[in-house]
Design a protein around this ligand. Structure first.
Ligand code: GLU
Length: 485
């Protein structure tokens, strides 16, 4: 039966700095964040850097940047796991002294041979089946001789059972459990020892992490008990699969938090999207603020089936946030993308008007920045294919000359004035308003689609509208001269 959780909780997020923060890791951090927020308590950030060869200091910084970008702030840390190696070694020594672990002098080849033999017999547990721990005399003799050794934990007999917050009751039968190394022969602690020591030291009450760690739980429970520490509550989240139902990776698209950031996904959208990838609020709400998610969050609604990463849904979610967040927020998130297209110094007022006009049509910040470019570029490049229809309209350049003139005379340059100028001229030259509206849109944005034209012209402003219209008319004259009538 699911137990109702009560706070305060102490949770942790302990990434290994071997690569950029993956969306799977980010989702784990999000559920820990939501649990801590909803029940009260604190979250520890611990960098699990004990694997020196694979750890990269640049990745530590990268992970911290990605978490900060997502708005996930730990209450304690970051701690480096490597700072507590001496404590981990001391724990191994204590277990040795208490007979809960033993010296292991076996060579890797010997162990591997027995492992294969066990595999052939269909056994998963082999160490304690094939090898007797050395006698105290043997240990003394081999230590005396200076032989190197690892420390192996003596896994207690019996099945291991626990209640997982996501998967329910889980049992690991004795037959699959085995003794395992906690200190390597070079004196370095293994992940199992370090993680248990550090979680116990930090007073962690709930361990929420990826399903790939489920099979480690019996080892960890064995160690907690042997060390006399309280066993935390576990919850193992299903893996995130790509649309091809394989593990999400670069092959299927972006997989790290910073890749999504660089594509122009908003952190609020990614947080919301990932939170729903394995949890639901129990109703049909999808776009939810962090406060709403915190309010609705319960571990009972974490789901145990694999989550499929739906890129289209993330795109949709991002569009919702681009339309709905305060304009100030969008402008500040857009800044690096404007920088990339050379618009770092764009006039703030015109920029705000243009962004507000286009943001409901964009899926990504990058795309939104693209819509803004025509507002600030001296000249636009027109695509001949898109303009073919206008090139065939012999009267158009003269009509656009008149419109350019009228645009220059509108005072004040507002929606009413713009609409009157276009509709008035259309009536005078006896064409439908669309005959002027479509080329004007092309002139001002080099595109066939966009927001309402009158709004577009207003946001563009008088000077730029007159300039683009003039340039476009010149382009039409020049190109139609070279196009067969
Ligand atoms: N450092 C581990 C990882 O990144 C986390 C282990 C854990 O949560 O216990 O997979």
């Amino acid at each position: 039966m699911a137990t109702k959780l009560t706070g305060p909780v102490r949770v942790r997020f302990p990434p290994s700095p071997t690569g950029a923060l993956h969306v799977g890791g980010a989702r784990t951090a999000i559920y820990n964040d939501l649990l801590r927020r909803s029940l009260g308590g604190s979250m520890i950030l611990r960098i699990e850097d004990t694997d020196r060869q694979r750890s990269d200091p640049e990745m530590v910084a990268q992970i911290q940047r990605a978490l900060a970008w997502l708005g996930i702030e730990a209450d304690e840390g970051p701690f480096l796991q490597s700072d507590r190696v001496e404590e981990h070694r001391a724990a191994a020594r204590r277990l040795l002294e208490e007979g809960k672990a033993y010296h292991c002098f076996r060579t890797a080849e010997e162990v591997e041979e027995k492992r294969r033999e066990a595999e052939k017999r269909g056994q998963t547990s082999f160490y304690r089946v094939f090898f007797e721990p050395p006698t105290p005399e043997e240990v003394a003799r081999r230590l005396e001789a200076g032989e190197s050794y690892a420390v192996r934990f003596r896994m207690p007999k019996g099945d291991i059972q626990f209640h997982d917050l996501v998967r329910g009751d889980v049992t690991f039968a004795e037959a699959v459990l085995d003794d395992f190394i906690i200190l390597r022969s070079d004196g370095s602690p293994t992940y199992h020892l370090s993680v248990v020591c550090d979680d116990a030291h930090g007073g962690v009450t709930h361990v929420i992490r990826g399903e790939d760690h489920l099979s480690n739980v019996p080892k960890h429970i064995g160690l907690y008990r042997a060390l006399g520490a309280e066993v935390p509550t576990f919850g193992h989240l299903p893996l995130i699969m790509g649309p091809d139902r394989k593990r999400l990776s670069k092959r299927t698209g972006a997989a790290s938090v910073e890749e999504f950031r660089d594509q122009g996904i908003l952190p609020q959208a990614l947080y919301n999207f990932l939170a729903l990838l394995g949890w639901s609020p129990g109703d049909d709400r999808e776009v939810m603020s962090r406060e709403e998610m915190t309010e609705a969050f319960t571990v009972e609604r974490l789901v145990s089936s694999a989550a499929i990463f739906d890129y289209d849904k993330l795109r949709w979610m991002n569009a919702q946030y681009l339309s709905g967040e305060p304009l100030e927020e969008i402008l500040s998130r857009l800044a690096p993308f404007l920088d990339e297209v050379g618009l770092a110094d764009a006039d703030a007022e015109r920029l705000a008007a243009a962004v507000d006009l286009h943001r409901t049509r964009a899926y990504y910040l990058q795309e939104l920045a693209g819509y803004i470019v025509p507002y600030f570029r001296e000249r636009l490049d027109y695509d001949e294919d898109l303009c073919r229809k206008f090139l065939g309209q012999a009267d158009l350049p003269a009509q656009l000359d008149l419109l350019t003139e009228r645009f220059g005379a509108i005072e004040p340059f507002d929606l009413d004035g713009i609409e009157t100028a276009i509709r008035g001229l259309a009536a005078e030259v006896e064409v439908k308003a669309g005959v002027l509206i479509h080329p004007t849109r092309m002139a001002l944005s080099a595109s066939k689609a966009g927001p309402s034209l009158f709004h577009l012209v207003e946001a563009m402003g008088q000077e730029a509208s007159v300039r683009h219209l003039g340039n476009f008319t010149a382009y039409l004259r020049e190109r139609s001269g070279s196009v067969e009538a």
